[in-house]
Design a protein around this ligand. Structure first.
Ligand code: GDP
Ligand code: MG
Length: 428
């Protein structure tokens, strides 16, 4: 294994920067830089010098033994000043050592996986945690990182292995009279797993929304104040507003944190009949995007009916509250009236759509679980046919076990690794 190094904190000026070195030569590399290195896990201040003895920086030096490090290898962390020139001088000194090379993006984590410090789902959780921008994303990523899916998969595995052993016994002793019928126990074990898989498979759709974000479309007739409302929600001038009808033509997207949930707000062209070709295209696009959005906020001029099919969860509000004497159920982007209630209402509707989230969070998990569940369902249909189909049933069980093993990366790991690590940044 090579020894690799990288800047683990973000590029650019900062108070402190962390340079990480991992691999069999990491301790000797640190020794070359700072003379004597502190004992494992005891941070100590050291002067870092180049081979000519010139001072590069002063750094807090931390070392970890391979049985207690993130990567499962000897690791050194140099906490230097976050100066662009300072960091670069230390990286240059490391690159001059022939036993070292720069790490690839995600390489520290990849080593952690290869050394069994993390399972594949935890690697995914870590990737999500680093990408997390909202509270809901952070919480979900932490759950995955803690290894809950791996633990659940282990429970499934235990049950299926027991079921497989029972079935194999039927096959092996087919000629002798098997004293007990194993099928009730096999059936109970497998049904349990199927039930639990079904719930997790459904939950992934919700979890994916937390990862990718929800879309909320603001729609209504021209000039009711949609763009003004979007700007008020976003807290900035994201869309052009004007008294001229038909100002917004394309769909404008603003990503924001709404009550902890990741939301993309869509401002759309006002819905009306138009002779303008470009505006008509914008209106078509508005209808289409609003139709597939997770939630629609309709702004209506009091007394008019909206020109769009309203779903049961959609929000309908009277526009320009400041001009109305009856302000019930009204909002105003201009004065801010009703904005915080609207934010709460959107957040609480979207939160109900995250209720089914379990421990599985990605489409990759969903696919593996669907493969597993389908094999188990097919196995269950073979079970009543007894000895004749016991071979095929056992094979279906093994297929299910393999599918669930691929969840945590026990098998079939190569084809997914590159995809997962493509999202990692340098130094992680
Ligand atoms: P859109 O076509 O639905 O996007 O509407 P705009 O946001 O562009 O607003 C159309 C016009 O209505 C502009 O002149 C805004 O200043 C005005 N307007 C928007 N919101 C309000 C509001 O809450 N109260 C009042 N009085 N005027 C508003
Ligand atoms: Mg507009």
């Amino acid at each position: 294994m090579d020894t690799v190094y990288a800047l683990s904190t973000a590029q650019g000026k900062s108070g402190v920067a962390v340079i990480r070195v991992s691999g069999p030569q990491s301790l000797s590399a640190a020794q070359a830089l700072c003379g004597d290195i502190p004992p494992f896990r005891q941070a100590s201040l050291r002067i870092l010098r180049d081979p000519d003895g010139k001072r590069l920086d002063e750094a807090l030096v931390l070392t970890f033994p391979k049985d207690g490090s993130f990567t499962g290898e000897d690791v050194v962390e140099l906490q230097t000043h976050g100066s662009i020139a300072g960091v670069s001088s230390v990286l240059t000194a490391l690159s001059a050592m022939d036993t070292l090379r720069p790490a690839d993006p995600g390489e520290f984590t990849r080593r952690a996986l290869e050394n069994g410090r993390l399972d594949l789902t935890q690697v995914e959780g870590l990737a999500d945690l680093i990408d997390a921008e909202t509270e809901a994303q952070r919480r979900q990523a932490m759950r995955v990182l803690s290894g809950d899916l791996g633990k659940r998969a282990e429970i499934w595995r235990q049950k299926l292995i027991r079921a497989a052993a029972l079935l194999e016994a039927t096959i092996d002793f087919a000629d002798e009279e098997v004293p007990v019928d194993v099928s009730p126990e096999v059936s109970e074990l497998v049904s349990d797993v199927i039930l639990s898989l079904d719930a997790e498979i459904k939950g992934v759709d919700h979890a994916e929304r937390i990862r990718a974000g929800f879309e909320v479309a603001i729609i209504g007739a021209p000039n009711v104040g949609k763009s003004t409302l979007l700007n008020a929600l976003a807290g900035r001038e994201a869309a052009i507003t004007s008294e001229y009808a038909g100002t917004t033509r394309d769909v404008i997207e603003v990503r924001m944190d709404l009550g902890g949930l990741p939301v993309t707000l869509l401002d759309t062209a006002g819905l009306r009949e138009s002779d303008d070709v470009v505006e008509t295209m914008g209106i078509d696009r508005a209808r289409q995007r609003a139709g597939v959005a997770d939630l629609r906020v309709f702004l209506v001029e009091k007394g008019k009916t909206p020109d769009f099919a309203i779903g049961p969860d959609d929000i309908v509000l009277n526009a320009k509250a400041d001009l109305l004497s009856d302000k019930a159920n009204a909002v105003s982007g201009q004065t801010g009236f009703g904005i915080s209630q609207l934010v709460d209402q959107i957040a609480s509707i979207l939160k109900t759509r995250t209720a089914g989230i379990g421990v599985a969070t990605r489409l990759r998990h969903q696919h593996a679980m669907v493969r597993g569940r389908d094999a188990l369902t097919s196995m269950m249909s073979l079970l009543p046919q007894g000895e004749d189909t016991a071979d095929i049933a056992a094979e279906e069980l093994r297929t299910a076990i393999r599918s669930l093993d691929s969840l945590v990366g026990r098998v079939d790991i190569e084809n997914v690794l590159d995809e997962i690590f493509a999202s990692f940044c340098l130094g992680k």
